[in-house]
Design a protein around this ligand. Structure first.
Ligand code: NAP
Length: 269
């Protein structure tokens, strides 16, 4: 039996186990997906121990995504984003496991699933934290022109710098930027705890495709207001699904059964 899992703290409410195990069941793979909650200063020994135990792959979530870079051989995208969310132990055992970031692929495939192309489009990212970095690189690498808007402007400027060619501003820049944009992604936590949106509703329009990284609730205020104006709306479960799909495919070498994984995920949201 192959064992995959998730390293995070806390991981009690993770949707990854049912999502991945639905994929194993659908393909008849002899595999299980379990969660691990190491102490915050035990990440290195947890990754080493997983390798010794023959664990095949690990996802990594808060608060370990950035620190995990120190314990793996990261690929170029993970280095640029500054975070690892997927570790692959399939190497020869003499070298470090490889580290990847499938959040960016999750964003790209969420748009592709909804027939939204990104090349040459004007895109606005709200936020400059971990999720926003993955979103920013996904959009920029796909050829979009990116504007980053964040409450703390210095963080927006840093991310825009890293994306090279991107622009940055505070949340007040959203009014005009979103009015002119083709693509909008909320990568802040606004909308999770309360019925609030970081984007002025007046700026939303029918030619916009809007992805909200927040997936609890599935329909955030931003998506509701965007839908009311005729925009294409993509909820955060798509991003969660496709980051898992990309990890699944890397680990198993098989096409992921996306529909089965999606059903298992949405049954729990
Ligand atoms: P993070 O690193 O802590 O970043 C939080 C971001 O939200 C920062 O840009 C922060 O702005 C902004 N923010 C927080 N409260 C705000 C407020 N009241 N008004 C305006 N901006 C506010 O968090 P993260 O890991 O990037 O996660 C962000 C969201 O994405 C969370 O809801 C998370 O669940 C979601 N997410 C979803 C997926 C998925 O697969 N769907 C994956 C990853 C994350 P400042 O810089 O000014 O503090």
């Amino acid at each position: 039996m192959q064992v995959f899992g998730l390293l995070g703290n806390p991981v009690g409410h993770s949707l990854s186990p049912p999502m991945h195990e639905a994929g194993y069941d659908e393909l008849g793979l002899d595999a299980r997906y379990v969660t691990f909650e190491p102490d915050r200063d035990d990440l290195g020994s947890a990754i080493e121990g997983a390798d010794s135990l023959g664990i095949s792959g690990l996802n990594v979530t808060i608060p370990f995504k950035e620190e995990a870079l120190d314990y793996v051989e990261p690929d170029d995208l993970a280095v640029r984003i500054g975070a690892v969310n997927t570790i692959d132990f399939s190497g020869d055992g003499d070298s470090l496991p490889t580290g990847h970031n499938t959040d960016a692929g999750g964003v790209r495939r969420s748009f592709a699933h909804h027939d939204v192309t990104l090349a040459g489009k004007d895109a606005v990212v709200v936020g400059a934290g971990g999720a926003a970095r993955a979103v920013g690189f996904a959009l920029a690498d796909a050829g979009a022109e990116v504007h980053v808007a964040n409450r703390t402007v210095e963080r927006a400027e840093q991310l825009a710098d890293d994306l090279s060619g991107a622009t940055a501003g505070g949340l007040e820049s959203l009014e005009t930027r979103v009015s002119d944009a083709d693509v909008l992604v909320n990568a802040t936590s606004v909308g999770m705890e309360e019925d609030a949106s970081p984007v002025p509703a007046d700026a939303l329009h029918a030619d916009l495709a809007v992805l909200d990284a927040v997936y609890r609730p599935l329909e955030t205020r931003l998506l509701r207001e965007a839908g009311e104006r005729g925009a294409t709306t993509i909820d955060g479960a798509w991003m969660l699904l496709y980051q898992g799909v990309e990890a699944f495919e890397r680990w198993t070498g098989r096409d992921a059964p996306v529909s089965a994984m999606n059903r298992a995920l949405r049954a729990r949201l």
